[in-house]
Design a protein around this ligand. Structure first.
Ligand SMILES: NC(=O)c1ccc[n+]([C@@H]2O[C@H](COP(=O)([O-])OP(=O)(O)OC[C@H]3O[C@@H](n4cnc5c(N)ncnc54)[C@H](OP(=O)(O)O)[C@@H]3O)[C@@H](O)[C@H]2O)c1
Length: 284
């Protein structure tokens, strides 16, 4: 199997690069070697390599900055995704793409299923939803995995932010009115490899699948668990979202229901606490 991976320098991309190698020949591109703002490079890279699978782990992910960089967010999360999807369609490659819980407004009480109506609250969410739709319109074979609250041993993320803050502050204040399932980049990469290794993969229907860790918590719960996991004793005060102003509004409920993923691919992600313990054990 020939695989093109984009965004190999990101959290999910850097977990995918070694994991995908078990499936075949991986051509991994970071932003320097394949800039998604360059449509011609996307087309020529895909046409030259003729991969069986394109895994797009690249994205514009700075959620708050997107409120001021709408055009850039859409160029990367929608226009470039359209280019990748058309390039995949031209050679009948399978496109694997990642999207987000931020396509929803978070008003639902239960975990979101794939058929729930998207209603993004912020520019990033709108740009990611536009990317999903461009893939659907392209006619390429595809799986779009919506995931949430991603962290891992590589990259900038909440887990590192909490550990860094705990070194300099006497107490932390963390939002406790947003629910979600922190999902490790390794769990995402492992799931994608399992899915691609399925001998019946060509019979699986293109579409959107929710893929996040089992269980649920809040950012406050996640922060508390991170500190406990590292044996750091520091008070963590629970606050409301409106006490921590940020540029982009976030959904109150980010939980994604994985039932379709399990029924289609036979995959169940472990509880978020298990993923967190593995990442904490891997970092110093
Ligand atoms: N992080 C989350 O909490 C979260 C939640 C739900 C869904 N997702 C989705 O999951 C996927 C992976 O996210 P992640 O957490 O791994 O994000 P990430 O760590 O920010 O990685 C994204 C990668 O894309 C690269 N990139 C940005 N602009 C590019 C361009 N013009 N050309 C080529 N590469 C470019 C970035 O390069 P630089 O490092 O050079 O900027 C970075 O390496 C994305 O589709 C994201 O939307 C993430």
């Amino acid at each position: 199997m020939k695989i093109v991976l984009t965004g190999s320098g990101g959290q999910v991309g850097s977990a995918l690069a070694p994991a995908l190698a078990s499936l075949g020949e991986v051509s991994a591109f970071d932003r320097r070697s394949l800039d998604l703002l360059d449509s011609q490079s996307i087309r020529s890279t895909v046409a030259d390599i003729k991969p069986d699978v394109i895994v797009n782990a690249a994205a514009y992910t700075t959620v708050d900055r997107a409120e001021k960089e709408e055009e850039l967010a859409f160029r990367i999360n929608a226009h470039a995704v359209k280019e990748l999807a058309h390039a995949a369609a031209n050679i009948d490659a399978l496109l694997i793409h990642f999207s987000t819980d931020f396509v929803f407004d978070g008003e639902k009480r239960a975990p979101y299923v794939e058929s729930d109506r998207p209603a993004p609250l912020n520019v990033y969410g709108h740009s990611k939803l536009a990317g999903e739709r461009k893939i659907g319109e392209s006619g390429c074979r595809h799986f779009i995995f919506r995931t949430s609250w991603v962290y891992g041993p590589a990259g900038r993320n909440f887990l590192y932010a909490i550990l860094a803050a705990a070194k300099t502050k006497p107490e932390l204040r963390v939002v406790d009115d947003q629910r979600g399932a922190p999902t490790s980049s390794d769990a995402i990469a492992g799931s994608v490899v399992q899915i691609l290794a399925n001998p019946d993969i060509s019979k699986k229907a293109s579409g959107i699948y929710h893929l996040n860790a089992a269980g649920e918590t809040t950012w406050h719960g996640f922060a508390t668990a991170i500190l406990q996991g590292k044996g750091i004793k520091i008070p963590v005060q629970a606050i409301r979202s409106d006490e921590y102003p940020v540029a982009a509004k976030r959904p109150k409920n980010s939980l994604l229901d994985n039932t379709k993923l399990g029924a289609t691919f036979g995959i169940a992600l472990p509880d978020w606490r298990q993923g967190m313990a593995t990442v904490l054990a891997a970092i110093h």
